[in-house]
Design a protein around this ligand. Sequence first.
Ligand SMILES: Cc1cc2nc3c(=O)[nH]c(=O)nc-3n(C[C@H](O)[C@H](O)[C@H](O)COP(=O)(O)OP(=O)(O)OC[C@H]3O[C@@H](n4cnc5c(N)ncnc54)[C@H](O)[C@@H]3O)c2cc1C
Length: 367
Amino acid sequence: MEIAIIGAGPIGSYAGYLLAKSGHNVNIYERKKEIGKPVQCTGIFTSDFDGFSFLNKNKFLVNTINKTEINFPNGSKIAVNQKEYVVCRTKFDNHLANLAVTEGAKIFLQHSFIRKEGENLVVKDLANDCEKEIKPNIVIAADGPLSSVAKAYGFYHHQRQHNYGVQALVGGNFDSNTVQTFFGKDIAPGVFVWVVPESSTMARVGLATEKDARKYFEKFVQNKDYELLEMQAGTIPIYHPSQELVKDSCYLLGDAAGFVKATTLGGVIPGMKQAEALVRCLNDSDLDYEEELQPIISRLKLHLKIRKVHDRFSGEDWEKLATYSNNPKVLKLLNTYTRENVTTLFRKIIWAEPRMLYFSKYLGEFL
Ligand SMILES: Cc1cc2nc3c(=O)[nH]c(=O)nc-3n(C[C@H](O)[C@H](O)[C@H](O)COP(=O)(O)OP(=O)(O)OC[C@H]3O[C@@H](n4cnc5c(N)ncnc54)[C@H](O)[C@@H]3O)c2cc1C
């Protein structure tokens, strides 16, 4: 089967690798000259990343972290002991692209999807300033949050919601084993500020909001002892349950499909899992794509619900959450379950700290 993948981000390349390995004829079209540049990602992954054990982490790993500090708006904080990986996105994206090529996929750099003409796609060779028509059996739109392929195929019929992420690579003094997060409406409405250390002298500091991200970012870093080394920014889609994922032999994947956790805005692991589900289904027509996606979608839906609650959190809610979270039994659970497993975590937390039932006033969001 001839498959065209638009976008050699991590998800397009990973899908390309899996498909080429299964024997398909895979062409990946990437509009940029270089894969993985510019960086528009913090590159922090939960320990669920261990599931992709065939990846050679040494090729792209920058730091491994074992602790996350959650700083509440009232100044109190808790520490959660969880393993996190910090990767160099340029190296990570290239590693996946190289794996795809090793399995036989072809990557066409500086080739941009332009439009759809009937059954054909028009791709522009930017280096030679000429257009080409291609007619693959299957098209995979892995062209990121503002996917032109999805638009051309008429996928975006609802109001797509996005956040805008702003981050900087900064010099300073950091605990290289601890991620710092800062919550509160005045700090980063809807999400949080993250300080992710690459080492004891360098960190990635960022936040994402629906609007004014830059303003909140500048407010956070002012008066901090940081040396700003490089600014990075990018659009992040918010998962939408009614997003169609397949149409006319075209499949949306990764950010193009909005497969991003609405709470933490992490998209790499959900996108890679979605790519695996798609490849399983393309290789075995007895499998049902919706069914294969169900475990990922139910997690994304839960993250969306939590985000909606987070958006409504009052000062009193934050106070109570800070107090109730500081219970050793709750902390033990937070140390045990990653944010990829929030359903189990929530259930256990209610048993461990019944005062958390105070938050049942938000139960409506979950029904
Ligand atoms: C500031 C910020 C911080 C983030 N931090 C994290 C994090 O710590 N952890 C995490 O898991 N996620 C994070 N994310 C989200 C993560 O970056 C995305 O979920 C991930 O990159 C999605 O991969 P993708 O391959 O779907 O899309 P992308 O990485 O966006 O790749 C899409 C590719 O398609 C190409 N393309 C676009 N249009 C065309 C076209 N017309 N023709 C050809 N090629 C095209 C692009 O050049 C690009 O290479 C962050 C995002 C931002 C903005």
